[in-house]
Design a protein around this ligand. Structure first.
Ligand code: UDX
Length: 438
């Protein structure tokens, strides 16, 4: 059992801290944000992530998990230090690594014995090498440390399950000593046969960017096929299902929608394009994906305009603000592109999201936020479903039709069947199945 410190109590850091404690390690979670640590010390959690509160409370009760703002003491008391701090996009799209450098500097100043610095955050290839140089510069202790890249593959909304039952664990380091320690940290997964990939730091850093960028490309590809279907009459859901029967393609991440959002795909695709540019390597696929994704988000307004040409003075109900269900995160959510475009054309919006309204209010404080779907729909000239929350999957369509001024429904997530909606008397537009209704 190792004494582990996890710096950062966001959805990566807190899930990692709780998960590692669940594997039997003794873990201390650190954050510079005192308010977050206070919530955690009082038995709560500062983020919305299904199942996380229970894992945190179970391990705090068992005495394997605690929290502090004192990073120096936490590092001194630990053998293994995970850096799970944010690496948001900078001005030009490149990853902002200031928080990583701050943790590495604290690490260097508290090397009271051999320790391993593990980068959990998504960082550009070459960050591990720079981290080694920074630690060396800030510590006279030679060879009393190693640096490891251990990227996370957590999806918001299912992060706990993704941590406790990962498809694979990737550990990048050429230090035998560090690799032995990492195998001990992840012993609970290794004995269960979870694939464990040992490689060098640069490969581990690129595995993360490559995986995320590839998933973003895959989603964007099916979105473009959906756009074609809406003209030629194909059914993108049938196409995706048949494509997915090819084992090389897999049916996952082939659901057409309003474009990808979140704290990862947008940031990681932008950062990967910058990495290509920085190293003078020509890349087209990822750059085109970013451009196509913005077009997909804007395309939601075009869908509405196709059945309501003049949006001036109209009221539009927006169902869903989070970038995906089961999260309160609205970072790069497609709604952040759609709502300003609607307002620019003279429409007003009334919105509802089961949990993400507070997060959305940070950027859009003056919208008309409703407390449930039907209140948002009442009196609207049209409704647009943006996030496929479960509670939106079985709306009472008779009641919806009565509440809407005109029965216009833009279903960007293909939550409802076009034929059924036509039979119910709706003017129904979705993503890649619209013509299936006619
Ligand atoms: C993603 C990766 O899945 C995860 O492995 C990585 O560690 C972090 O980034 P996350 O961003 O939380 O996870 O959500 P994800 O479920 O991947 O969805 C990302 C975006 O793609 C969402 O906006 C979602 O709506 C969209 N999406 C996903 C689609 O439009 N279609 C799909 O088929 C799947």
């Amino acid at each position: 059992m190792k004494k582990i410190c996890v710096v950062g109590t966001g959805y990566v850091g807190l899930v990692t801290a709780a998960g590692l404690a669940d594997f039997g390690n003794s873990v201390i979670g650190v954050d510079i944000d005192e308010s977050k640590i206070k919530i955690l010390q009082k038995g709560g959690i500062p983020i919305y992530e299904p199942g996380l509160l229970e894992v945190v409370q179970r391990n705090v009760r068992a005495g394997r998990l605690s929290f502090t703002t004192d990073i120096d003491q936490a590092i001194q008391d630990s053998k293994v230090i995970f850096s799970a701090v944010g690496t948001p996009p900078g001005e030009g799209g490149e990853a902002d690594l200031r928080a990583v450098w701050a943790v590495a500097t604290s690490f260097a100043k508290n090397l009271n014995n051999y320790k391993v610095f593990i980068n959990k955050s998504t960082v550009p290839v070459g960050t591990g090498k720079k981290t080694l140089e920074l630690i060396k510069k800030n510590s006279e202790k030679k060879d009393s440390y190693d640096v490891v890249s251990n990227p996370e593959f957590l999806r918001e909304g299912s992060a706990v399950g993704d941590f406790l039952n990962p498809d694979r664990v990737v550990v990048g380091s050429r230090s035998e000593k560090a690799q032995v320690i990492m195998k001990d940290v992840y012993h609970a997964l290794i004995i269960r046969g979870v694939p464990y990939v040992e490689t060098n730091i640069e490969s581990a850093e690129l595995i993360k960017y490559s995986s995320n960028a590839f998933l973003a490309v895959k989603i964007t590809f099916i979105n473009e096929i959906a756009n074609l279907c809406d003209i030629v009459g194909g059914d993108v859901s049938e196409i995706a299902k048949a494509m997915g029967l090819d084992g090389r393609i897999s049916p996952k991440f082939l659901h057409a929608g309003p474009g990808f959002g979140g704290s990862c795909f947008p940031k990681d695709t932008m950062a990967l394009v910058e990495i290509f540019k920085e190293h003078g390597v020509k890349s087209r696929v990822v750059e085109a994906t970013i451009e196509a994704n913005e077009y997909q988000k804007e395309g939601v307004v075009a869908k509405l305009r196709s059945v309501m040409p003049d949006l001036k003075g109209k009221t539009i109900a927006i169902l869903g603000l989070a970038f995906k269900p089961e999260t309160d995160d609205t970072r790069f959510s497609p709604t952040k592109v759609v709502i300003p475009l609607l307002e620019k054309e003279g429409a007003t919006v009334q919105v509802y999201d089961p949990v993400a309204s507070d997060d959305f209010k940070r950027d859009f404080p003056n919208l008309d936020y409703k407390n449930n779907a039907y209140d948002a729909i009442e009196g609207a000239d049209a409704m647009v479903l943006m996030t496929e929350w479960n509670e939106f999957r079985s709306l009472d369509m008779k009641r919806v039709k009565k509440l809407l001024k005109t029965p216009i429904f833009i279903d960007t997530r293909n939550t409802y069947d076009p034929r059924d909606m036509r039979d119910k008397g709706f003017t129904f537009v979705c993503t890649g199945r619209t013509k299936c209704a006619y």
